[in-house]
Design a protein around this ligand. Structure first.
Ligand code: GLN
Length: 211
């Protein structure tokens, strides 16, 4: 069995804990301290508000431990929405002085890519889940969502939002799900829909990493 932590400082951590508890052989634990972080095989970083999450992590002395973990790129991390922003190497639209990011994932994100005028939307799009032979569709919930603007060569794109599904005009489809080594990221919220394929893939990856 495997132990998967969910960073529980702020945001949609309960929904991830509930989703993970549906899997046999998985114990899902909220992580708020470095002691708890040290006990988990993998980590989920939920959606919420990345600036707040970063500040709370800094104040609770967890930021450096999280950074060490993500920069080592060894333990699997599933990061959604604000979590994706946290895991990114660089974020645009940072507030003055910047916000504390963890880094490790070779991407540049735009924190509020879809703007504040349209807070949230849903879209059905084509995705390529890792391990799947063919593309399939996925219904995704976006809440003040970021988007990935640039990816490094080691990053595999798993889903792009087509221009006709975007609430703001786009010149080209934008990247909304990706993976790199032990990292899986989505700009949308898979924990808010019943589709458990993203969590299932992550759980498989955690099992494979633990051996
Ligand atoms: N745009 C938000 C941020 O900056 C993320 C929104 C979300 O996680 N639903 O953190």
């Amino acid at each position: 069995s495997v132990t998967i932590g969910v960073l529980a400082l702020q945001g949609a951590f309960r929904e991830h804990l509930r989703a993970l508890s549906e899997f046999e052989g998985v114990s899902a634990l909220p992580v708020r301290t470095k002691e708890q972080l040290a006990t988990v095989d993998a980590l989920v970083i939920p959606g919420g508000e990345s600036t707040t999450m970063g500040l709370v992590a800094e104040r609770s002395g967890l930021l450096e431990e999280l950074r060490a973990m993500t920069r080592a790129r060894q333990k699997p991390v599933f990061a959604t929405c604000a979590g994706l922003i946290m895991l990114a190497q660089r974020a645009q639209h940072e507030k003055t002085g910047g916000q504390p990011l963890l880094g490790g994932l070779d991407v540049v994100v735009d924190r509020n890519f879809f703007g504040t005028q349209l807070q949230s939307f849903e879209a059905t799009m084509d995705v390529r889940l890792p391990g799947d032979e063919a593309a399939s569709t996925c219904h995704a919930v976006f809440i003040r969502a970021p988007a990935i603007l640039e990816v490094g060569i080691r990053v595999e794109v798993l889903a792009t939002l087509p221009v006709d599904k975007s609430p703001r005009p786009l010149e080209k489809p934008c990247i909304v799900a990706a993976r790199q080594g032990p990292f899986l990221v989505t700009a949308f919220h898979p924990e808010l829909t019943a589709d458990r394929r993203w969590h299932a893939y992550f759980v498989d990856q955690v099992r494979a990493t633990k051996g």
